[in-house]
Design a protein around this ligand. Structure first.
Ligand code: MG
Length: 275
């Protein structure tokens, strides 16, 4: 199903997006050496519930996972890249942590992910990998113009990832968002320009480049959820929910301190602020 939101629903989506962005930044601020992933999950729960929002994850039971997720946030560390099930693990200096969060507020969902290195000695390879996924995200958003096609977004993302030397896995990618978390259209992280669904105002998209240093193959943990690189290499994942507007794109999950360019026209691909 592809859902086109009314302007009133898009306004509500802005509130959901601001909540998701705020929670992620709060958790990033708290995550330090020694922080347990289960604490991050508990903090996420408290922040979601405290805001009167609903978790999209707790009861989520898709075909690619094992039963209800049962937690409030995905915590993927180092070689884990997607769907990281929170577990009893204390973060170490230099760990690369990816947090992925989706909540519903007043019936509208927003979905975002950030990656960052914990502690004071970030490995240069991790910093570079994160920067590439963030650049791919900016490129994908810049391509998401009204009347553009999904293939334009996919191609823009894939171009950055491949141009940086990473192979692209298209098993998991971005998606439509609205009254539920995962909707059509699917947005692979590589594709051909001019193909696929035509973007139109009122469409909400979660765009989410992710990358692994030296492989395109994923393996699933025994927990049935956590997806890791097959080689054990570092991975990173970034995601924003955006709204297609008549004039361009609104980034709904941008942190409040990331600048005031709320309605980028899309004409300046590198004008999208840092995630
Ligand atoms: Mg997400």
């Amino acid at each position: 199903m592809i859902e086109i939101l009314t302007s009133g629903q898009v306004d509500r989506a802005r509130a959901t997006g601001a909540l998701v962005a705020g929670i992620l930044q709060t958790l990033k601020g708290r995550a330090t050496v020694g922080t347990n992933l289960l604490d991050i999950d508990r903090w996420a729960r408290d922040l979601i519930v405290g805001a009167g929002a609903l978790s999209c994850y707790v009861d989520y039971a898709p075909s690619f996972g094992r039963g209800p997720f049962g937690h409030y946030i995905c915590t993927s560390v180092n070689d884990a890249v997607l769907h990281g099930l929170p577990r009893d693990y204390a973060l170490a200096d230099g760990d690369l942590l990816s947090l992925d969060l989706a909540v519903s507020l007043r019936g509208i969902v927003a979905d975002a992910a950030i990656s960052f290195v914990v502690g004071t000695s970030p490995p240069p390879e991790s910093v570079a990998l994160i920067a590439v996924t963030e650049r791919a995200l900016r490129a994908g958003i810049a391509a998401a113009l009204p009347d553009a096609r999904i293939g334009d977004v996919s191609a823009a993302i894939g171009s950055v990832l491949q141009g940086s030397g990473y192979r692209v896995n298209t098993d998991f990618g971005g998606h439509g968002v609205g009254s539920t978390m995962h909707q059509d259209p699917h947005i692979p992280n590589d594709g051909r320009p001019g193909r696929g669904y035509r973007l139109r105002p009122g469409l909400l998209l979660a765009i989410e480049p992710w990358a692994m240093v030296d492989t395109a193959t994923l393996v699933t943990d025994p927990d049935g959820w956590t997806l890791r690189s097959a080689t054990g290499c570092r991975t990173a994942h970034t995601e924003h929910t955006i709204a297609i507007t008549p004039d361009g794109v609104d980034i709904l999950t941008r942190p409040a301190d990331a600048g005031a360019a709320g309605g980028m026209s899309g004409g300046e691909p590198l004008a999208v602020p840092e995630v």
